[in-house]
Structure formats: structure tokens, C-alpha cells
Design a protein around this ligand. Structure first.
Ligand code: UDX
Length: 461
């Protein structure tokens, strides 16, 4: 089949490359010329494991093409996918400007029947708005509009696309059902379902799925906070409740709040949709509040530990992306934490395997960037773990002890065993577990000047 994907962001690229992989001829369109020229040369603008390899293969096999020309991209297409950004507007509702403007452009260039599939996350009723725009210039029999939300997780997007738990398709047209089934059949051969439903339900499914997951995480974050106060251990509670199949083991890990390009904006948008329909969605309001509070939890722990004396305090941070295996820092807790620490006067040196470039675009030289994880530590008063990258899970603790000025770790992702940290003599604070306290964990004092000099020298390596 001939497919056109409009928008080469995260969703668009993964969708295009995966459909090319199953033998379709795919044209990816974007208005960003630089991005298109990178992609033509096989360079992926985002970090997603495995994606660049598949990109190379499909370029070589001439199954995927990149262009900025709408006319030629649309002319031969059987199916056109919209994979455009829907960022939150001022009131939190999804901003549909990109979708609407592309719909208007499509209405000028379509001359024969096309299936237009919306992959972007859009509020209920958007497909109808798109149809209305198209109908202004096109007879109704020249197009169908379909809702086909994606459930890709960054970092494992290929796996999610190639082996989806389910495919959701909103349409009433039998012709569309047939086409969509043949497109997705290669990915659901192991028996996972394709669910056909009305368009509005498909649009709502995406928001409900993401909001429910955000709710699940937020619930566990609150349970963890309460565990700390009651001296219970959230690790045990998590295992205890997760083995009940009605609850499920996944997405019960407490931490420092969810981030990324989906949960924050989708919870906000669904909350706004409810508001527009005069419905007070109380649970979602709480999810928003809990997450805001949780994102600053680590800051408050650091602040309390140092009795509010953060001015001139040197802090090392491991992990900046909103989760491992991505360079994405959108709505990442690291941003909120770093901002608060800077306001309090702390000196910060960070390390992340993939996200440093994105973070430096935001913070510039107000913070220091280390060349590797240990480079972030020397002479720091504490290490903060913000993202659970694999390489942080089993580090050389002797090296950490030797480099840190004080053996203090604030772990926002519970990646270390508390007993082990106790044995190793660390002051160790995590989420929903008891704090391990150790006195005398500060290296022999030396002049502040010496330490400052060394800290800055290491940072500029
Ligand atoms: C999410 C959805 O999972 C996906 O289906 C949708 O299409 C897009 O949004 P993504 O944002 O890539 O995917 O990441 P995900 O792995 O779902 O994690 C989201 C956030 O939740 C991260 O900040 C992560 O750290 C946090 N999280 C996840 C927890 O705090 N605890 C958990 O147990 C799981």
C-alpha cells in the first residue's frame, strides 16, 4: 500500500518506519526542511533504540521517502496518517492548530479517494472537525476520517508498534476496516486484537488510557509518601498489591512524578474536556496536584537534609531524561528539581547518557555537564538520582564514596537496596522507604576554595 505520514515527530517517524518495514511504500512529510534532509541521509533526529537501523534498511530498500512537498506526498497515497503535535494551549486543552491547518491544506490537494487517519492525540470530536474542514472543498465520497490512537512508549516504541497489546480504530466504514486490518495484520499475528469502534470512543480511549496510567502512578506515589510517614516499605506494598491480577504488577513504581510528552499534557487535556462539558473530574484534578507535588519531593528532601542551607552547596545529578532510553526532557522532573535547586543557590553538575544536549539547550552554562557519571561526583555534597538508566543501577560504590565530599545519595527511583546502602555507610534517602542515616560520612574538611576549584575543573573536562 502507499502511505503518507504527515509529521516526522516521534509518532510519525516510528509509524512510517514500521509500516515501511512490513513492505508498504511510505512517504514522510514535514515542513521542517532540515529534519527532512537529515532523514534523507539516514540521520534520526530523535534517540530511540533500534530506529536508525530500521531507517537505514528501509531507505536502502527504497520503501521510505522523505519530502517537504505536500502535493507529491498526497497524490499517490492510499492512506494519509496525521502525526502532528497537539501541545497544551493556555487553558490546558490540546491545541489543534497543526491538525486543522493540515486538514485545510489537504482539502486543496486531494483529487481522489483517501483515507485520512488521525494518529495524534486529540480530544473527542476532533475527527468531526477535520471532516467539516475537508467537506468545505471536497465531496464527501472523496475521503474518510479515521481515529487510530497510538500507545507507543518512548524507549520501546518499536517493540510497542511491532507487537501492540491492541490496535484501536474508530470508524464505521467497512471499506476502511478492511484497509486498516490489512495494514495492521502483520503486527497482530500473535492474536492481539484490533478493536473497531466509533470515532469518538477511539479518541476518548487514548486519553482514558494515559490518564488511568497517570492515576495509577500517582496513587502509588501517595502510598509511598504515606509509607515513609508510617515506617512501612513501599517495595513490599507494591509487590503485595501487584500480585492481585485486578491491580497488576506494572506501573506501580513510585518515583518523583511522571513526565514526558504524553501523560502531563493528556491528563491536562482530559481535565479540560471535562470542564468544557461542565463535568468536574475530581480524580484528574488530584492527579495533576499529586504529580506537581511529587516532582518537587526530591528537592524538599535535599532541602530538609541540609537544613535549608543550599547556597553554594555542590550537588551531582545522575539522569535528566523523563525516563531511561530516551533523550526526551519534556516535562521531566529533572527540570523542576534543577530550577528549584538553582533558585536556592546550589551549584549543580549533571550527567545523563543521552539527554545532556537537550538539557543544555534549556539551562546553558548555568549548570555544569560532566563527561561521565563519575565525573559528576567529585567534591559534591550529595548525589541525586533522577532517572533510572541501567548504568546507574550497579555503580562502583567505592568510587562514589571516594569522590563525593559527603556520602549522601537521594534516590528518586529506588534503584538501590537500602540494606546495602546501610552496610556501605551512605546516608541514603529514597521514595517510600526508610531513610538510612549515617553520621561521620563527610570527608576530612579542607578549604572551601580548594574544593570549589576542583569542582569547577572537573566540570569543564
Ligand atoms: C506513555 C504511555 O505509556 C504510552 O502508551 C503513550 O502512548 C504515551 O505515553 P511514555 O510517555 O513514553 O508513554 O512513557 P511511560 O513508560 O509510559 O512512562 C511515563 C512516565 O511515567 C515516566 O515519567 C515514568 O518515569 C513514569 N512511571 C512509569 C512511573 O513513575 N512509575 C511507573 O511505574 C511507570
Amino acid at each position: 500500500m502507499k502511505l503518507t505520514i504527515i509529521g516526522t515527530g516521534y509518532v510519525g517517524l516510528v509509524t512510517g518506519i514500521c509500516f515501511a518495514e512490513t513492505g508498504n511504500t511510505v512517504t514522510c512529510l514535514d515542513i521542517n526542511m532540515e529534519k527532512i534532509s537529515f532523514l534523507k541521509n539516514g540521520i534520526c533526529p530523535i534517540y530511540e533504540p533500534g530506529l536508525e537501523n530500521l531507517l537505514h534498511r528501509n531507505i536502502k530498500e527504497e520503501r521510505i521517502f522523505f519530502t517537504t512537498d505536500l502535493n507529491s506526498a498526497v497524490r499517490d497515497a492510499d492512506v494519509i496518517f496525521l502525526a502532528l503535535p497537539t501541545p497544551p494551549g493556555a487553558d490546558g486543552a490540546a491545541d489543534l492548530a497543526h491538525i486543522m491547518s493540515v486538514a485545510a491544506s489537504l482539502s486543496n490537494v486531494i483529487t481522489d479517494y483517501k483515507i485520512i487517519v488521525n494518529k495524534s492525540t486529540v480530544p473527542v470530536g476532533t475527527a468531526e472537525k477535520v471532516m467539516k474542514i475537508l467537506s468545505k472543498k471536497l465531496p464527501r465520497e472523496l475521503f474518510d476520517v479515521v481515529s487510530n490512537p497510538e500507545f507507543l512508549r518512548e524507549g520501546v516504541a518499536l517493540e510497542d508498534f511491532l507487537k501492540p497489546d491492541r490496535v484501536v480504530i474508530g470508524t464505521h466504514s467497512e471499506k476502511v476496516k478492511e484497509v486498516m486490518t490489512s495494514l495492521y495484520q502483520p503486527f497482530v499475528r500473535q492474536g492481539n486484537p484490533i478493536y473497531f469502534m466509533d470515532i469518538r470512543s477511539a479518541e476518548m480511549t487514548k486519553y482514558a488510557a494515559n490518564s488511568f496510567l497517570a492515576l495509577k502512578i500517582s496513587f502509588m506515589n501517595e502510598v509511598a509518601n504515606l509509607c515513609e510517614k508510617t515506617n512501612a516499605n513501599v517495595d513490599m506494598v507494591r509487590i503485595g498489591i501487584g500480585s492481585d491480577e485486578r491491580i497488576g504488577k506494572r506501573f506501580l513504581f513510585p518515583g518523583i512524578g511522571y513526565g514526558g510528552s504524553c501523560f502531563p499534557k493528556d491528563v491536562l487535556a482530559l481535565h479540560q474536556t471535562a470542564k468544557e462539558h461542565a463535568y468536574d473530574f475530581k480524580l484528574l484534578k488530584s492527579v495533576l496536584e499529586v504529580n506537581k507535588q511529587q516532582k518537587l519531593l526530591l528537592f524538599h528532601k535535599v532541602y530538609d537534609h541540609f537544613n535549608g542551607k543550599l547556597k553554594g552547596r555542590r550537588l551531582a545529578i545522575w539522569g535528566l531524561s523523563f525516563k531511561p532510553e530516551t533523550d526526551d526532557i519534556r516535562d521531566a522532573p529533572s527540570i523542576d528539581i534543577i530550577e528549584k535547586l538553582l533558585q536556592a543557590g546550589a551549584i549543580i553538575r549533571v550527567y545523563d547518557p543521552e539527554a545532556m544536549k537537550n538539557l543544555s539547550a534549556r539551562f546553558g552554562n548555568v549548570i555544569e555537564y560532566a563527561v561521565n557519571q563519575y565525573g559528576a561526583l567529585e567534591d559534591a555534597d550529595a548525589l541525586l538520582i533522577i532517572t533510572e538508566w541501567s548504568e546507574f543501577r550497579n555503580p562502583d560504590f567505592d568510587k562514589i564514596s571516594a569522590l563525593l565530599h559527603s556520602k549522601t545519595i537521594f534516590d528518586g527511583r529506588n534503584i538501590y537496596d537500602s540494606d546495602k546502602m546501610d552496610e556501605l555507610g551512605f546516608h541514603y534517602e529514597s521514595i517510600g522507604r526508610k531513610t538510612i542515616t549515617h553520621k561521620n560520612n563527610i570527608h576530612e574538611e579542607e578549604s572551601t576554595d580548594n574544593r570549589s576549584r576542583r569542582f569547577l575543573r572537573v566540570a569543564s573536562m
